[in-house]
Design a protein around this ligand. Structure first.
Ligand code: AMP
Length: 446
């Protein structure tokens, strides 16, 4: 099947060609004709399957006809990164359509958003919090809305956005086309779908299994040896672009610093960063300035770097769904990728749950030459670090007073996030003896 079969508007067909898409992905084959018919759709697809174009193409096609300068399509997404990525896809696929899209999310000045909305746009890609602010302040007019897309609905639920979604729904026309995409279908999303979709067609790809192009491996290791093992893995693996996941923001920040100290071009992406710094980390990862990005699940949501060669779970995720999401970052759109997960004894149950979900056992690997017998340092066994020489004692630093009570202009769009700029405990990163990175760009399987 080819894209011509959809009979899309010629300027859209031209952009598809320019984007280098030749064959529609399975979700696109199923969803595009259905959305073009005006039907509501329940899309069960993980990230990396081409689901953005599956809704963006028929929306662009629809908007070619009819009035301009009013909001006719609204896409709601859980994170700013995903919103930006969707906005970019609309930009790429709608390059010659003269349709305009704007992103709306918190953590940045609202005025440019207000100005764009005033100037007239047809497509809004929004995170729930800031969108509600605009609705409340009357700076967005959704009365002409024709299509609503809820993307990554399960993640929006995980992030506590469901009440916001319901509020948004009460402010938009009841007569509309609604598309709901989710990688998983927990009962609460099933109920939401039941409530808001009219006679929906369900389109589904895979069974929330990660892309088949990804090879998985587990690396059993004690908690305190994780960083050492990671450095060893990086040194001996032909990696091009590595996304590393940690359990907490703090661990992401510290691991990013440790990798930098070890000579890698690494950055961390976590919710405590300002929007500018998040964007700089993402852009740097995308353009190759950083070869390693360390991130938490929430921060990494929506990252689309098509050449990610490896995903490394420094910490195992909390759910099998999160595992699938993370692994979906590599092997995107049929590129091959490797996924390594470090596991400790306490992760046994989660490993079993993930294997059950995947329907196959995961390969256990050890790294030859790595000393797995190094004992844990007495303190701070939680964060892995090779034992180091004691440092000369210093005067304790005087803690600076932080300014409290002022309005934080970088208020996040994530309900669970804390204000930025909390002072970190300044611990030194991994001590010497760290290997030099060996990045080989001639990776197989590209
Ligand atoms: P998504 O699942 O929407 O995040 O898309 C994953 C990646 O696949 C993005 O980099 C898209 O640009 C790319 N992609 C989407 N559709 C196609 C296609 N039909 N052919 C090749 N690449 C595609």
């Amino acid at each position: 099947m080819e894209f011509q079969a959809f009979n899309l508007h010629p300027v859209i067909a031209a952009s598809i060609k320019e984007a280098g898409y030749v064959t529609p992905t399975p979700i696109q084959q199923q969803a595009i004709p259905t959305v073009m018919q005006g039907r509501d759709v329940m899309g069960l697809a993980q990230t990396g399957t081409g689901k953005t174009a599956a809704f963006a193409l028929p929306i662009l096609n629809r908007l070619m006809e009819g009035p301009r300068g009013r909001v006719r399509a609204l896409i709601v997404a859980p994170t700013r990164e995903l919103a930006e990525q969707i906005h970019e896809s609309f930009g790429t696929l709608g390059r010659q359509t003269r349709l305009k899209s704007v992103t709306v999310y918190g953590g940045v000045n609202a005025n440019p958003q207000i100005q764009s909305l005033k100037n007239g746009v047809e497509i809004v890609v929004a995170c729930p919090g800031r969108l509600l602010d605009h609705i409340g302040q009357g700076t967005i007019d959704l009365s002409h809305l024709e299509v609503l897309v809820l993307d990554e609905a399960d993640q929006m639920f995980d992030m506590g956005f469901l009440p916001d979604i319901r509020r948004i729904l009460s402010h938009i026309p009841a007569k509309r086309q609604t598309l709901l995409f989710s990688a998983t279908m927990p009962p609460v999303i099933n109920k939401l779908a039941h409530d808001i979709l009219t006679d929906p067609v369900t389109v589904q790809v895979g069974n929330t299994a990660p892309p088949v192009t990804v090879s998985h491996a587990l690396y059993p290791v004690e908690q305190h040896l994780k960083t050492g093992l990671l450095l060893e893995l990086l040194q001996h693996t032909d990696t091009e672009s590595v996304l590393i996941f940690t359990r907490t923001k703090h661990r992401a920040k510290r691991l990013g610093e440790q990798l930098e100290k070890a000579g890698y071009k690494a950055a961390s992406l976590q919710g405590n960063l300002s929007q500018n710094r998040r964007q700089a980390a993402l852009d740097g990862f995308r353009d190759g300035t950083y070869q390693i990005l360390v991130a938490t699940d929430i921060a990494a949501r929506g990252i689309d770097v098509s050449q990610i060669s490896h995903v490394i779970n420094y910490d195992i995720p909390d759910t099998p769904e999160a595992y699938v999401h993370r692994i979906g970052r590599t092997g995107r759109a049929a590129k091959s990728g490797d996924a390594f997960t470090m596991v400790c004894n306490e992760d046994t149950i989660m490993v079993r749950t993930i294997e059950k979900k995947l329907g196959a056992p995961l390969e256990r690997r050890t790294v030859a030459g790595f000393d797995y017998t190094v004992p844990a340092p007495k303190k701070d066994a939680e964060f892995a670090r090779p034992p180091r020489e004691p440092r000369p004692t210093r005067k304790p630093a005087v803690a600076k007073k932080s300014s409290v009570g002022s309005i934080n202009p970088f208020k996040s769009d994530h309900p669970g996030s804390k204000p930025a700029g909390r002072p970190q405990q300044g611990r030194p990163a991994a001590a010497g003896g760290t290997p030099k990175p060996v990045f080989n760009s001639s990776r197989r399987g590209k």
